[in-house]
Design a protein around this ligand. Structure first.
Ligand code: UT7
Length: 336
């Protein structure tokens, strides 16, 4: 009997309407459009506006797109794994809230927190439930409302991040398509360089933590950059080698969209021409858990059955990883 692989069979995405441009940021912090584009590649990012709106609201929209494309009902879904660093609340898990809002009443769910690598970690976890035969329909959704933890007085972080969500449906495939391999890594000693200082059990929220702006993203950009360039490129090269993939046989690199320079370094290391590298950082910035599925959503119509696709990410933790997927369907067929 053929091994069961977890194949992506549908993709959905959602970005909020509000566009925060570099020109607008120039009025908020001491920066320039030219600096932001040359150092990061970002021109604009999306921001979720509206009282009472959180990550779950964006994930819901992405999942609705996916369900409609696949022509299935919310009640067909058995498990939802939500990768997020900006959950609606500390608890319960955002996955539970999403299930309720979409009407996925037969599903159970939980969140995965691996910062910018969260989508890859959640995808690999979700695939296990398909591979073991336990479930037949699993949704993995990556979502972040980064604007909720952004200090718009800090030019080093506010220019990078944006809001958005993407989701994929996993189903069993016995014809050799789907998630073929993953390499996942963590190094907790890197936590000092990228984290949120307060709001957890070590330093619960207080007047003092709010006054000290400790609920925002803290990032030592240059240090994180150095680790990201090395580790994302290394792990992408490692997964190629382990699966006998070459720059000719890889159809697409789907890189985490943190910085155009990190993306280019990873593509170069894999010896891929720029046309094979998905880049939408100029439009959305770094949406943390949203970047990879948002790329799949945008490029879906160009993907062909049998395409060899390599996903790669690096993020807070530190966490990083790469996943190799043999794409299971012709994207043009579902986007007619
Ligand atoms: O997604 C999860 C993981 N995160 C990442 O992968 C992010 C990795 N890091 C980066 O992408 C980059 O480090 C940043 C985009 C955050 C910063 O770029 P950089 O080229 O590393 O800049 P830098 O921090 O070394 O700063 C260079 C200069 C500094 O001025 P001085 O000290 O040389 O006078 C900064 O103060 O640029 C200054 N600077 C800015 N200038 C204009 C920092 N931010 C800005 C800004 N506008 N927004």
């Amino acid at each position: 009997m053929q091994k069961i692989h977890a194949a992506i069979t549908a993709v959905g995405g959602y970005v909020p309407d509000y566009i925060l441009t570099n020109a607008e940021l120039e009025k908020m912090v001491d920066t320039t459009d030219e600096w932001i584009i040359s150092r990061t590649g970002i021109k604009e990012r999306r921001i979720l506006k509206g009282e009472g709106k959180g990550s779950s609201d964006m994930a819901v929209e992405a999942i609705k797109v996916l369900l409609a494309k696949r022509g299935i009902s919310p009640t067909d879904i058995e498990l939802v794994i939500c990768a997020t660093t900006t959950p609606d609340m500390q608890f319960p898990a955002t996955a539970n809230i999403i299930c309720d809002k979409v009407g996925m009443t037969n599903a159970w769910g939980y969140d995965v927190n691996a910062a910018c690598s969260g989508f890859i970690f959640a995808l690999t976890t979700g695939a296990q439930f398909i591979e073991t035969g336990r479930h037949k329909k699993v949704i993995v959704v990556g979502v972040d409302k980064m604007s909720s933890i952004m200090n718009y007085e800090d030019r080093a972080t506010s220019i990078i991040f944006g809001d958005g969500s993407g989701a994929v449906l996993l189903e069993p495939n016995e014809d050799g398509y789907g998630l073929m391999d993953s390499i996942l890594r963590t190094d907790g000693s890197g936590r000092v360089h990228l984290h949120q200082k307060a709001g957890g059990s070590v330093k619960p929220a207080s007047m003092e933590t709010v006054m000290n702006k400790e609920h925002y993203v803290y990032q030592e950009g240059q240090t994180v950059f150095k680790f990201a360039v090395k580790n994302m490129a290394d792990v992408a090269a490692e997964i190629m080698e382990r699966n006998n993939l070459t720059s000719e046989t890889v159809s697409w690199l789907v890189p985490h969209q943190a910085n155009l320079r990190i993306i280019s370094a990873t593509g170069d290391r894999m010896k891929l021409p720029a046309e094979k590298v998905m880049v939408n950082i100029q439009k959305y910035g770094n949406t943390t858990n949203g970047t990879l599925p948002l790329c799949l959503w945008e490029w879906e119509s160009k993907l062909h059955k049998g395409d060899n696709i390599v996903l790669a990410a690096f993020g807070g933790g530190f966490t990083w990883g790469s996943t190799y997927i043999r794409w299971a369907y012709d994207g043009a067929d579902v986007n007619k």
